[in-house]
Design a protein around this ligand. Sequence first.
Ligand code: ATP
Length: 450
Amino acid sequence: MNETTDNLMEKIQSLAKRRGFIYQGSEIYGGLAGTWDYGPLGVALKNNIKDAWRKKFVSSKSDMYEVDAAILMNPKVWETSGHVAGFSDPLVECPKCKNRFREDQVEDSKKNPGTKDCPNCGTTLGAARQFNMMFATQIGAVQDSSSTVYLRPETAAGMFVNFKNVIDSFHPKLPFGMAQIGKAFRNEITPRDFVFRVREFEQMEIEYFVKPEDWQKYFEYFKDSMLEWMEEVGIDMQKVHELEVAKEDLAHYSDRTIDFEFDFPFGRKELFGLAYRKDFDLGSHSRGSSVDLSYQDEESKSKILPHVIEPSFGVDRSVLALLSSAYAEEEKEGETRSYLKFKPSIAPVICAVSPLLKNKPALVEKAQYVYGMLKSEFGRVMWDDNGNIGKRYRRQDEIGTPWCIVIDFDTLGEDNASFKDTVTVRDRDTGSQKRVPIADLITTIRAELV
Ligand code: ATP
């Protein structure tokens, strides 16, 4: 079966809801556009993504400093960064049905070239106006323009404003980087495509500070590392494409940007970005705050404003790329089996433990022992004794559990003494089963978690 068929998105979305990955935000109140709530398996998947990212880009490095800055920042930050004046999308409104669209997402009219028709009712749309995508709110008890603050539209600024703090606390030598994982908010005009374009999302960003003459070397380094990471977590690399942003489309502060695009079920769209931002951010925040954000270079005994390489990852788009990469179907005995072929290191549940029959106390007791042992070792282990064994396998396949471990009569040594204290381990992708001694389970599983 072709996994890129039109209804792949529907299948993924329905599986995500049914099995507890992602629910509509505020669902019982009819939802809230552009928001999604992560259920237990979605949280586990996101945590595994964030852990893998942190491990590759932060904790395994000696030159990376992670921060967790406040979501609410002094509004001057966003004036200085250019977001108050320029973080906007072109909005068009339909004069008849009043629906609003992002102008660049509406196709040109076939009837009247040079104009655009409302995708909802066909009326000719009006002229575009700029719509700022930052969410504004009020801080404190007085509600006037002086109390306006914004929910951050990106995590990057939280690193630039803490650049001097990190230098003063840790005295890092160039090159070094700062990293942050956290929520960002954008009042997207048309949130769409499940968790691809949402109004509240999570980012994992790095600002890597280098000497100006070294930028190309580190740009290449991060380009390679980003691709490596995508492959490590199990994103289908056949669907990843590098888009070198054309010179004329680059932001004024960037000399080079690559968008990593992914073939989502709804088309090829940006997954992550990598930008060379020169000294734009440190320069403007130095001027905006009147605090000197230059770096004292011990080698040249001079002050320099480091240049920045910015790898930027979206957690929610990672989730969607992983679900799209992992979703698979197979026809078996007249039935369609759907499964998520997650890598064990990323799978929300590493293994499920079941007694073959739940009304046989000796089986249940042994299974509970195995479950307790694996749970305390790996955490992401599920107890599953509902329905018959076939149903349990289907359920675990659908959530991408690599192994189902079954405690049966052989485990008790009732039929064949040589199988005593061994369990059946069933593989998600092949359906094949093998017997593994309970004593070897932890090392066998650990060996696969790379
Ligand atoms: P797009 O062009 O798709 O709106 P962008 O170029 O504005 O994205 P960046 O500002 O570069 O995105 O943000 C960095 C990353 O944050 C993106 O590569 C993406 O993974 C994620 N991201 C940005 N906007 C959203 C959103 N509305 N919903 C989910 N993730 C997002």
